[in-house]
Design a protein around this ligand. Structure first.
Ligand SMILES: C[S@@+](CC[C@H](N)C(=O)[O-])C[C@H]1O[C@@H](n2cnc3c(N)ncnc32)[C@H](O)[C@@H]1O
Length: 541
């Protein structure tokens, strides 16, 4: 398309498309008229395909950090499958089936949070499946609601409701053959298929849905588990499938970040780093704060591939040592001393032995997995009901076995920095200087790890913003404690920088989300710190 000539009327183009800058229109009206055709050319990415990745997405122009890459509505969304409990089918807020005041949808009799819940009456939310569920209200009356079946049912109904979206859903990867080989997965999907077929599909008129087979339900469940993105709304948890965002490949150092609009579950994907034309666009399918063994196991079990990204390929995880263990052997040069080496995984093969970098000690990968899973139970238990003394004791124990940046130590420190300053007897102004310094140092250690694995703070912005605010409050507290003016100025300036970074990192969080609340808190702290700095500078003058 020639830039400079309006593609609608061939007159001179004066309004250039601000996104791609590749086309110009004679008027805003013609730009609007042409959008339906132009939107596919305008998007800054192309969909490609390879044997290894299946379909994937590549940027077709240089993108600056924070540039918007796509903003798209879901193909379909619904309650999560695995472990879905009783919830309102309009807004996914958990409900208590034993509650005598429990409200029910007047048509299908499944529980709802209220008679005016937006999603219960909306045609994109509960309504389509409600018309099917109300064909068999006995299921709800007998309390036999299987919430895991709702999302697959919504997908099935797309065949009639929106055939174009149905075709897009069918083109997504399902790994159905691998899934069928897994006895547990196959059993769970069979249960869902029987529930949907026996209770609802068999009561529909013949031909109401072109495909009502058990095979298609297996396929759909695979598509959901492999491709759906999780949305935490503050009321409940929703999973959604997207036409393009679901095609992004996984990387443990992703170059995109995303957020969701909570009214319609539209996804907005942004560049987390500057991205060069031709680079693959990636996201993260697993937990960024897990170590390589746990991330790879999770990806293998749920997405059927072994990650070979830069972080997984480096036994030190880019120098962070998020997975490294301390050596349990003796110093090769002096057998009376403990070895000061680190036991590291083999990057190439996840089943290979872990080896010390200084002495001949090795551990099998299953031994490491056992050890880490036992530690994981201890950590989860302590963090569930935490106290400073309990977590400090646990950390001392962990740091004998694990590198101080190990992801289990990371989680304990992340809890500790929030307890110092809040636990009764440990309010910020009551902390001893040593405790305050400890809190500051832990915050800095956590940020130094986050800065490597998530440089833009796009993936773990809630974790990083908590650390930034804890660090700022500690620096500000330190600045009140009889120190030199120069030192006070340095501490307050550092606190201000943390808050500015925090506000910037949270700028794309949707209104009313947990991120937006932290952002408001950071903004109010920023005003206070800035005023304090100003006051202080005036006195200095
Ligand atoms: C969310 S889907 C992505 C879209 C998919 N490629 C398609 O064609 O529909 C996830 C699947 O893509 C493939 N995949 C994604 N990232 C990968 C990676 N880093 N290495 C290998 N395969 C990957 C795996 O088959 C995975 O199960």
């Amino acid at each position: 398309m020639k830039k400079g000539v309006c593609p609608v009327c061939k007159k001179d183009g004066v309004h250039t498309c601000s996104a791609c800058k590749a086309v110009a229109y004679c008027s805003k009206e013609h730009q609007k008229d042409h959008w339906k055709n132009h939107k596919l050319q305008c998007r800054p990415f192309d969909v490609k395909s390879s044997k290894n990745l299946g379909r994937y997405i590549v940027s077709n122009r240089d993108l600056s950090r924070d540039a918007i890459i796509m903003s798209e509505s879901p193909l379909v969304f619904g309650p999560k499958m695995a472990g879905a409990g009783p919830q309102c089918l309009g807004c996914y807020q958990p409900v208590d089936p034993g509650d005598p005041k429990l409200l029910l949808c007047p048509r299908c009799k499944w529980p709802v949070c209220s008679n005016v819940c937006f999603g219960v009456i909306h045609k994109e939310h509960h309504l389509p499946e409600c018309l099917v569920l109300c064909n068999n209200t006995e299921v709800a009356e007998a309390g036999n609601m299987m919430y895991e079946a709702i999302f697959p049912l919504r997908c099935l109904l797309l065949q009639k409701k929106n055939p174009r979206k149905w075709q897009q859903l069918l083109s997504l990867e399902s790994h159905v053959d691998e899934r069928k080989k897994d006895k547990d997965i196959n059993h769970d999907v069979e249960k869902i298929a029987s529930y949907i077929c026996d209770n609802f599909l068999e009561r529909l008129d013949k031909g109401s849905l072109p495909d009502m087979s058990r095979e298609i339900i297996h396929f759909i469940c695979g598509v959901i588990e492999v491709n759906s993105l999780e949305i935490t709304t503050g009321r409940g948890e929703v999973h959604a499938l997207y036409p393009s965002a679901s095609l992004m490949e996984h990387n443990c150092m992703p170059n995109t970040k995303h957020c969701f609009q909570l009214d319609d579950f539209k996804i907005n994907v942004f560049a987390a780093t500057p991205i060069k034309k031709g680079e693959n666009l990636s996201t993260m399918y697993t937990h960024i704060l897990w170590g390589t063994q746990a991330r790879r196991d999770h990806l293998k079990a749920t997405k059927y591939f072994t990650c070979q990204c830069q972080r997984c390929s480096d036994p030190t995880e880019l120098g962070t040592h998020l997975s490294s263990l301390k050596c349990i052997g003796v110093d090769p040069s002096d057998v009376t001393c403990a070895c000061s080496g680190l036991i590291l995984s083999s990057s190439a093969d996840e089943n290979a032995d872990w080896k010390c970098n200084l002495c001949p000690v090795t551990l099998t990968s299953s031994h490491v997995a056992d050890l880490i899973s036992r530690i994981s139970m201890d950590v989860d238990e302590s963090i569930e009901n935490p106290s400073i003394s309990k977590l400090e004791q646990l950390l001392t124990k962990l740091e004998k076995l694990l590198h101080r940046n190990h992801y289990h130590c990371f989680m304990v420190k992340h809890s500790l920095i929030q307890l110092y300053g809040r636990e009764p007897g440990y309010s910020l102004n009551n902390l001893t200087e040593a405790q305050l310094v400890r809190k500051i140092n832990m915050c800095k250690e956590l940020l130094s790890v986050i800065d490597v694995i998530d440089p833009s703070h796009g993936r773990i912005v809630l974790y990083s913003s908590v650390v930034q605010i804890e660090l700022q409050s500690s620096l500000q507290e330190m600045s009140k404690r009889g120190i030199s003016d120069l030192e006070k100025d340095r501490l307050l300036t550092e606190a201000k920088v943390q808050l500015e970074n925090c506000v910037r990192d949270l700028s794309q969080e949707p209104p009313f989300s947990p991120g937006a609340s932290i952002s408001n808190l950071a903004k109010s702290h920023l005003i206070a710190v800035t005023q304090e700095l100003k006051k202080f500078k005036v006195i200095e003058l």
